[in-house]
Design a binder for this molecule. Sequence first.
Ligand SMILES: Nc1ncnc2c1ncn2[C@@H]1O[C@H](COP(=O)(O)OP(=O)(O)OP(=O)(O)O)[C@@H](O)[C@H]1O
Ligand SMILES: [Mg+2]
Length: 407
Amino acid sequence: MGYDILSKVIELTDSTEALEKRLKDVAYLLIHSFAFDQCAIYLLDQDKKVLTLAVAVGSKRGCQEEYREDEGLPGLAIKNGKPIFATQSKSAKELWQGGLDKGTNGFNTIVCYPIKDDWFHGVLYLKNKEKKTISIKQKRLLGVITLQLATAIKNYQCIVNLRDINTKMKDMQYRLVNAEKLLALGEMAASLAHEIKNPLVSIGGFAKRLSHQMSLDSPYMSYVDRIVKEVAKLEKLMDGIVHFSKEEGYAFSSEDINSIIEETIAFFEDDFKKNEITVIKELSLNVPKIDVDRQHLNLVFNNLMTNAIQAMEKGGRLTIQTYQEGNWIVAEIHDTGGGIDPKIMSNIFNPFYTTKETGTGLGLAITHSIITNHKGIIEVNNNIGVGVTFIIKLPLAGKEGRILEAS
Ligand SMILES: Nc1ncnc2c1ncn2[C@@H]1O[C@H](COP(=O)(O)OP(=O)(O)OP(=O)(O)O)[C@@H](O)[C@H]1O
Ligand SMILES: [Mg+2]
C-alpha cells in the first residue's frame, strides 16, 4: 500500500499542472489513503517569514489562512525541524490546552509535518476528529512524501525564478538595444542640430525684424508670425537634440540637490501662480552633497516641472521631496495632473514622442539621458486619474564611485 501511495504522489507532483493543482491532488490522496478529515498544505514565504495556506481539502474547520513562522503547530514544526504527531491524550494535552494552535479545536489527532529538504518549504497539516494511531510505517511514509513535496515545490520555484530572470534579461536586452539606438541617434542628431541651429537663428532674427517693420493690419503679418513661432519651436528642438551629445559637456562638482531644486522652483514661480498650483516642499535637510553637473540637473528638474505644470493647467498640487535612501539621494516630484494614459506609458521616454501640440517630445528623453550619465535611475509611478510621480535616484558615491564628505 505504501509503495502505491508513494508512486501516486510522485506521479501527481511530477505532472505539468500548476503547483496548486498538484498539491491539491496530493492532499486529496492523503486524506483518503490515511483516512484523515482535513489536509492542508502551507507554503513558507522565506522573506515575510509566514506560512500561507496553499490548499486545504476535506473539512475546513479551524483551517487558518496564515501562520507566522513562530506561530501554532506549523510554526513549532518548522522551529523544531521535526514532525509533530499528537492525539488528544495526556502527553499532548499542552498542545491543545496551552492554546498553541486554535486550529486544533474539535480535532483529536494531528500530524504536522515540515516540508523540507536542505531548507524549509512549508508544512503538511493533517487533522482528524477521532483519535487514531499512526503506525511507524505510516510516519516513515509521510516523511518520504513530504520530501517529494519539497522537491516538487523547489523545482516549481526554480522554474518561476528562471522565468523571472528570463523576463528581466529580455527587458535588459531591450533597454540595451534602445540605449545604443539612443546613443547613435544622439551623436548623429547633435551634429546635425549644430549645423541647422545657426541658419535657424538667422531666419528667426530676420523674421522678427520683418514683423517689427510691418503694420499690424498687413495681410502678411500672420505669415511672418507663423515663421517666428515655428522657428522658435525648431530652435527648442535643436537645443534639445544637442543635449543628446555624450558626456563631454558635463562638469561635475559637489552640489546640494535641494538648492538646485529651490532654484528651479523659483524659476517657475510665475507659472505656479498663473496655473494656481500649490507647491509643497519636503526637502530633507540631511541629504549630503553629491557629485553632479548642476546645469544638467537643473534641466532635469526644469523638464519634470514643465511637464507637471502643463498637466495641471487647471490647478493642482506639486509636491517635491528629497531624502537619502541607503546609497542613493532621491528626489520625488508628484503632480496631480491626472496621470498618463497607460497606453502611452511605454513611449514617454522615447525621443520625439509627444502628445502636445507644441511639444518636441525630447523633455523626458533628455532627462533620462542626463540621469543615466550620472549613473542614476529614473522611475515613474503613474496613478491613473490622479497624477504622476517621477522618482530620480542619484548615487551618493557620485558618478566615479567616490563618496563625498557630507557637509
Ligand atoms: N507629469 C506628466 N503628466 C502627464 N503626462 C505627462 C507628464 N510628463 C510627461 N507626460 C507625457 O509624456 C509625454 C512626453 O513628455 P516629454 O517631456 O518627453 O515631451 P513633451 O512634454 O511632450 O515635449 P517637450 O518636453 O519637449 O516640450 C508628454 O507629451 C505627455 O504625454
Ligand atoms: Mg516635456
